[in-house]
Design a protein around this ligand. Structure first.
Ligand code: NAI
Length: 246
């Protein structure tokens, strides 16, 4: 039997702002308990305080193995073993390929791919032991179609989609469902940090004519985490204003 949304013990990385905060809020509204995990501890505390006793804040850099172990331990102390992991933490950086340094590349891959690997690895033991767990990975449509001056970001997000499919094939018969979400442009601090020209051009291209809101992505995550999505395995759902039609 798939676990009801209200019964989940969730960790949402990068939930001090933007899409992660909306996901945490949506899960708490549904009755789940949620660890607000972010490298911005003040922001995480503010979100947790606003969400009440079903939320707890923890500082984490998802690319740091020890910090990730601490995050999972904090979840266990506060609520019990994590049953729902949302790998959402992310960064963006625009830059012509020839100007990108090795450190830019390494940081992008570390936060998105290494971070997704580390957090998943840290929660998977109890999930497999219980035969019960949900993993949701935040990709991006740029991992599907690529993006100009976003080669490292797009590569990391494409990697997350490949990781999701492989893990889903490996784990779904053992009770752990793994899926991804690939949003189009969503109005958050991250997308606002991209150039104004990019945002203007992108808005004009969108069939819906506007960016999505963080709550649109949160709704997709809530669905994937719920028993209603029990047949979804290794899928990439696309809340994207119609930008990419697969
Ligand atoms: P945001 O910048 O509002 O939030 C990202 C959060 O992740 C921040 O709170 C930040 O402190 C945290 N974070 C960054 N690096 C971290 C690390 N190493 N460890 C722990 N926390 C860290 O960004 P937004 O837009 O909410 O993005 C969330 C996710 O959605 C990201 O993975 C992003 O790539 C993805 N996404 C965003 C889109 C958009 O248009 N905003 C479109 C497609 C995907």
């Amino acid at each position: 039997m798939a676990r009801a949304l209200a019964d989940h013990i969730a960790i949402v990385t990068g939930s001090a702002s933007g899409i992660g905060r909306a996901i945490a809020t949506r899960l708490i509204e549904a009755g789940a308990r949620v660890v607000i995990a972010d490298r911005n501890l003040d922001g995480a505390h503010a979100v947790a305080a606003a969400l009440g006793e079903k939320a707890v804040a923890v500082a984490v850099d998802v690319s740091d193995e020890h910090a990730v172990a601490g995050m999972v331990e904090r979840c266990r102390e506060a609520f019990g073993d994590c049953t729902l992991l949302v790998n959402n933490a992310g960064i963006v950086q625009q830059g012509r390929f020839e100007t990108l340094g090795v450190s830019d590349w390494d940081r992008m891959i570390a936060v998105h791919l290494r971070g997704t690997f580390l957090c998943t690895h840290a929660v998977i033991g109890p999930m497999l032991a219980a035969g019960d767990g949900v993993i949701i990975n935040m990709a991006s449509q740029l991992g599907q179609i690529g993006g100009v001056e976003l080669s490292h970001y797009s590569a990391a997000k494409a990697g997350i989609i490949g990781f999701t499919k492989s893990l889903a094939r490996e784990l779904s018969t053992r009770g752990v469902r793994v899926n991804a979400v690939a949003p189009g442009p969503i109005a958050t601090e991250l997308s606002m940090s991209l150039s104004e020209e990019w945002r203007r051009t992108k808005t004009a291209e969108l069939p819906l004519g506007r960016f999505g809101e963080p709550e649109d992505v949160a709704e997709t995550v809530a669905f994937l985490a719920s028993p209603a999505a029990k047949i979804y395995v290794g899928q990439t759902l696309c809340p994207n204003s119609g930008d990419v039609m697969l």
